[in-house]
Design a protein around this ligand. Structure first.
Ligand code: ZN
Length: 274
């Protein structure tokens, strides 16, 4: 069974909820490391012959169109991560539509293809943003991967596995973040800080058990997670932990997963043919 391998394509300073980093007019003054880091990710995927989905930030596509073309040329799926890396619940309905429209436009103008997938920065679709799926579908998005069935990071009763939702504009797939049941909670373990904290054998065996039950898992990385030399920034303690804890383990664990499991882009795992 194929699992989904995904990359959130953004630079090291795209951190939510940190005042100093939230002003896009300052972003051009930061050192850009996204091309080099993404090339490392691409080399890794090439080595294991895995095709993935890249959720590309519109801002990065605008700055580095050549990088997006390279990713597409290597056979990966290009989806979107919004334009300015704003969390959905921080935007009004209109702001979300504008940010999404802008990102879809720039990305599809580079690839010449329709953009059908979306992942929200920090999994930020919530119950109080019920308009989000409607807007996504209205803009031609056919699958979303932004829900986490966990209190605080998402909503406790979000789906555990891929499911179709109805919107005013037609059906849309949701591929929620993969979680495992532990201490009465659904805990993530297939990307970011949770992947770095969970022992490797545990991650693989949990995914294999899921696959045997007929459920695909979704794995994700950020290019900055494999960059041990990126600039250090002052972050609140919780974010510092999230962004720096045990970064070295990411590459090793990702290599193991690429070797021991089967992966494909999200659209193929969901069987979307558009
Ligand atoms: Zn992000």
């Amino acid at each position: 069974m194929n699992n989904a391998f995904t990359v959130d394509l953004e630079d090291w300073y795209h951190v939510c909820n940190v005042e100093e980093l939230s002003d896009p007019s300052l972003w051009d003054s930061y050192e850009s490391r996204v091309v080099r880091n993404t090339e490392t990710v691409l080399a890794l995927l090439r080595e294991y012959r895995v095709k993935a989905t890249f959720f590309v930030l519109g801002y990065i596509a605008h700055k580095e169109p050549g990088l997006i073309r390279t990713i597409r040329k290597e056979g990966h799926e290009i989806a979107t991560h919004g334009f300015y890396h704003r969390r959905v619940f921080e935007m009004t309905e209109d702001e979300f539509e504008e940010d999404m429209g802008r990102s879809i436009e720039i990305i599809s103008s580079i690839t010449g293809e329709r953009v059908i997938g979306f992942r929200a920065p920090e999994w930020s679709i919530r119950k109080h943003t019920p308009w989000a799926l409607d807007i996504l579908r209205k803009l031609g998005i056919l699958y979303d991967s932004s829900m986490v069935p966990l209190t605080r990071m998402g909503e406790r009763d979000y789906p555990l596995y891929p499911v179709k939702f109805n919107t005013r504009y037609g059906d849309i797939w949701e591929f929620p973040l993969t979680t495992m049941r532990l201490f009465l909670e659904n805990l993530p373990f297939t990307g970011g800080l949770p992947l770095r904290m969970t022992p490797y054998f545990y991650i693989v065996s949990k995914i294999k058990i899921m696959n045997r039950k007929g459920h695909p898992a979704i794995v994700y990385i950020h290019p900055w997670e494999i960059d041990s030399e990126r600039p250090k920034i002052e972050l609140p303690l919780s974010r510092r932990f999230m962004h720096y804890f045990n970064l070295k383990s990411t590459s090793q664990k990702i290599r193991g997963l690429l070797e021991h499991l089967s992966f494909a882009p999200v659209r193929d795992v969901l069987g979307i043919t558009a």
